[in-house]
Design a binder for this molecule. Sequence first.
Ligand code: NAD
Ligand code: WQD
Length: 345
Amino acid sequence: MQVLVTGGLGYIGSHTSVLLLEKGYDVVIVDDLSNSNEKVLKNIFKITNKTPAFEKIDLKERESVSKLFKNYNFDGIIHFAAHKSVNESILYPKKYFQNNIGSLENIIDEIKLLKNPINFIFSSSCTVYGQADSMPINETFKLKKAESPYGQSKRKCEEILESVIESGHCFKNITLRYFNPVGAHPTSIIGELPTGVPENLVPYITQTAIGKRDFLTVFGNDYNTKDGTCIRDYIHIMDLAEVHISCLEKLTDVNDDNYFKVYNVGSGKGTSVLELISLFENVNQLKLNYKIGKRRNGDVIVAYADSTKIKDELNWSTKYSLENALETAWKWELNLKTNEQRNQN
Ligand code: NAD
Ligand code: WQD
């Protein structure tokens, strides 16, 4: 089965590509390297002993996408490719709408030309829920106006996918609303590679622990939560990667040519910022330099998932702990440093 993995050299895409290759799928990675590095291909080979096909294509370019679909015969598509920085999206909203929505539209135009319905998995985000009125969040919750253009772009993409189904085109889609992916592959050969100053908590923590950043600022400790800091649902990257295999298997099995499902993907557990820091310190036996700072604009206070639907319908459940995620995230940061030092010598 040939699977197109867009954004396959990025954080979630690379971990998913490894699992796909290990399960015997024929993987074609498309990435424009806007937020990744071609070295990841070699690292995927180091883990799997297999090299996926790679096409350096910008999915915003209509002609390139057309050519791609002429050259391959995909049975499935996992569409990860998107820009994902909330801060950058506020500064450059057009860049986010053009890339995140434009790329999806180009792919859908090609899908509409196919004779058989294709299996399609889309990466959405818990950001589409905004600050939900109660916890845990399930898929029936009303979506709220996203705070950032990034979030709005994800919401728009979900609407586009729904409208393809409504228009009667043969199309099998699962849309996944990820909560907060963290951690790295157990080998420490692939992991998250943030460019510039990380926006997300775990890479900021590991970069502080290794000395790349002086200290971590905890964005507010005066929220109405158990310890005053925000609560999130952190999910191990390997569990998240595994979900995509379950979805592909499901989509392959179903006979309905207009299949459309939306699932939350989270651990179901809420963890505060201070709890996460303390867990990181304990599992890795170190002390983190952190200070309490002001609230960050646009932060929701609490978000954690009710993942019952995906557990029941796809028989998927988490296997890895948050402790393991924080241990692998740290090992990955250490490994990056070793490689940087080797390259300098
Ligand atoms: P990432 O930036 O690590 O990976 C995305 C990849 O897509 C990168 O390698 C980038 O170079 C590529 N890309 C971007 N635009 C492209 C284009 N026009 N053509 C070709 N390639 C392009 O991000 P990630 O964390 O792996 O996220 C994957 C998906 O999951 C994204 O859609 C993101 O919005 C979504 N998501 C991520 C998180 C998270 O916290 N990481 C949470 C929820 C949803
Ligand atoms: C987690 C917690 C911060 C950094 C983002 C996107 C969202 C989705 C997931 C893609 C929050 C706190 C963080 C720091 C801190 N991504 N924090 N100091 O906010 O859940 O969401 O990633 O779809 O769209 O917005 O994740 O990792 O940025 O923050 O105190 O230096 O850590 O306030 O409470 P978040 P995050």
